[in-house]
Design a protein around this ligand. Sequence first.
Ligand code: RIB
Ligand code: CA
Length: 319
Amino acid sequence: MTPPVPVLVDCDTGVDDAMALLYLLARDDIDVVGITTVFGNNTAAQCAHNTLRVLELVGRRDIPVAVGAERPLVGEVTYLATHVHGNDGLGDSGLPMEVSTAVSDLSAVELIDRLSFEHAGRLRILAVAPLTNIARALETIPDLTDRIVDIVIMGGAADVAGNQSPAAEANIIHDPEAAQLVISAAWPTTLVPLDVTMVEVLTERHRSMLIAADTPVSRFVAATTDFYFERYGMDSYGVRCSPCHDAVAAAVLTGEVVPSVFPVIDVQVDCTDGPGRGATICDTRGRYRGFPSMPEGNCRVALVTDGTFPDLLIAALGA
Ligand code: RIB
Ligand code: CA
């Protein structure tokens, strides 16, 4: 029996962050050994509180949750995505705000450091938020990359438009300098950008199945997606539906989603102050030649998936 894979999740819990956490926590092959939070969908502190709320929903008070950065490496927070994820960050879904557990006494970087030694050589990182915590960990923890198997990042846009600006996806534009540092670090990096997360769409059919399942988890996800459908779906697709960005990245990490076009290519982040700030500049020029090997590539990028993951996600969530 292969032991479950230890995974550290860095998130800004968030409606889809919660989906990713619940998806991973439902799997026997994954052991979520720690969670760190960062500003983005809400403040890092609120995102940590939201994470505790989600963990209590599934009785996982044992998992340490550490609060991380409240601002990017450079500059200040330009916005918090409360317009998309609700004032509480979980779709104002009515999930009880009170929790009986506290956040860790450790900072996010301290928890990453400790877990990198406790699970040296086996720890994987799922990063589904601005990359400030991960960048700070790289800056302050000696030889961190030697102890980490890989990092899977939800972020960026390769050959499609951004969602926070025409050029940039939210997680990256919140802290482009951090993203550049993380993507260019000496560890295997997988990027799961909007190219695939915007085609893995939750619909009213999925919500109806979650409601019909009538479990605490399925009711919670149905409630948070009600808000998300209205705020994200109507704005992005013109109909009530939503992506499940972070859950797709989690499924790429588990191997349940295997992109059909998944090359190792060069990725750079635009850290200028122009209209392209936060863009992930992905060298996809090999697209028409079947993406020949690119030894100088620094990142495996998910470019095409088949849109069937939402059915698997709601099944994992009990529907
Ligand atoms: O652009 C989508 C990403 O930004 C997701 O991770 C979502 O949770 C927000 O953090
Ligand atoms: Ca997120």
